[in-house]
Design a binder for this molecule. Structure first.
Ligand code: PMT
Length: 342
């Protein structure tokens, strides 16, 4: 255990430096939020992908995690389809809406293209690039959706790499988005590191291997959800995720998060089944979850969402679970907005 006091959100931001691009990023978000306010659109902040934890100031080595950003990128597409404007805050080089269909190794873009050589007799014999016939329909639908989003200006993209970049950006974007009050939805799908090396403890140069084994003591990343709920957002609908590998922990951990942070919804998922089932956990009513005399089981409501599991590992699932997640969230968010108007 570290001998120094654990970081609170305040002491974190007072001692860890902001990323160089922060001011520029904030201006972009501010402008985007103003545009959406004028158009009367609901806005969702989607966080996506993992964060790195650098071990050196001149960084050669870092810790990382498994998240590819599938949940975030896929959900962002469905939010756009549902009429939301989306701030997509993602780990640099993780999956992005639309391009996710053709990136990384599962569906490489170049495999969609063919080289067509015109007949020798034609006036222009330059070889042409075309899309393989059997791929055109899918590509057309992705491309049409992408172009329409570009034309409507409803997607704003921001990138982070380290956990420090993430925390500074999250705070700034949340504060900007709070101008939308209840019309803002926060969808925190990023897998954020729980431990980090404060700048003051980092080696300036590459850690040398000559000294034998390496012992590093990390500090805990402050739990920022509390500050987010109480200080950085105003009336927004906040959805956090809970990832577990032990199914028995899913419900207790999700309930504990709602109790501790006081937000609206936790989506629980297990590592190996996360693409096919998720659990929505909400307070049955806000007062009852804090009242220890109320039976835990009646203080929370739990709902599973499930889609079919593909028959073979390479088969594509018929439906992406994010479609149902977003449909259900948009419904609940709309109820949340209307509650205020009553
Ligand atoms: O990207 P994929 O490969 O598709 O995987 C998706 C996912 C499994 C990563 C995603 O569905 C998910 O579960 N993300 C949250 C992982 C997690 O368990 O986070 P956590 O328990 O460390 O944090 C709880 C919540 O607070 C999360 O919503 C997290 O984004 C947020 N958080 C946590 C710590 C922190 N310092 N800042 C945060 O915002």
């Amino acid at each position: 255990m570290s001998e120094s006091a654990p970081f609170s959100a305040d002491s974190y931001f007072a001692t860890q430096p902001p990323p160089a691009s922060l001011e520029h990023d904030i201006l972009g978000v501010r402008e985007f939020v103003q545009q959406q306010l004028k158009k009367d659109r609901n806005v969702v902040l989607v966080t996506s992908g993992g964060t790195t934890v650098p071990l050196e100031l001149n960084v050669v080595r870092f810790l990382d995690n498994f998240s590819a950003g599938t949940r975030g990128a896929t959900s962002a597409e469905y939010f756009l389809k549902a009429g939301y404007a989306v701030i997509f805050m993602h780990r640099q080089f993780s999956l992005q809406p639309f391009s996710r269909h053709y990136s990384h190794s599962t569906n490489p873009f170049l495999d969609f293209l063919e080289i067509e050589t015109p007949p020798v007799a034609s006036p222009d014999s330059t070889p042409q690039i075309c899309v393989a016939k059997e791929k055109r329909e899918d590509l057309m639908s992705v491309l049409t959706a992408y172009k329409s989003v570009q034309a409507s200006g409803t997607l704003h993209t921001l990138a982070f790499v380290t956990v420090n970049d993430y925390l500074w950006l999250l705070r700034a974007v949340s504060q900007e988005l709070s101008a939308l009050r209840r019309r803002a939805l926060y969808y925190l799908a990023a897998a954020v590191s729980d431990f980090f090396l404060p700048r003051q403890k980092m080696s300036e140069h590459k850690i040398q291997s000559g000294k034998g084994s390496l012992h590093i003591e990390m500090d805990q990343v402050p739990k920022i959800l509390k500050s987010m709920v109480d200080e950085w957002t105003k009336d927004g609908f906040i959805v956090s995720f809970k990832l577990e590998t032990d199914p028995a922990l899913l419900i207790p951990k999700a309930r504990a998060a709602l109790k501790r942070y006081g937000h609206q919804l936790v989506i629980g998922n297990e590592l190996h089944t996360r693409k096919y089932q998720v659990l929505f956990v909400t307070p049955s009513s806000h007062t009852s979850i804090l009242d220890d005399s109320v039976d835990e089981d009646s203080a929370f409501t739990e709902t599973w969402l499930r889609v079919d599991i593909p028959s073979t590992p390479s088969a594509v699932s018929q439906k992406e679970i994010e479609e149902d997640i977003v449909f259900e969230l948009a419904r609940r968010h709309s109820e949340w907005i209307n509650e205020k108007k009553l």
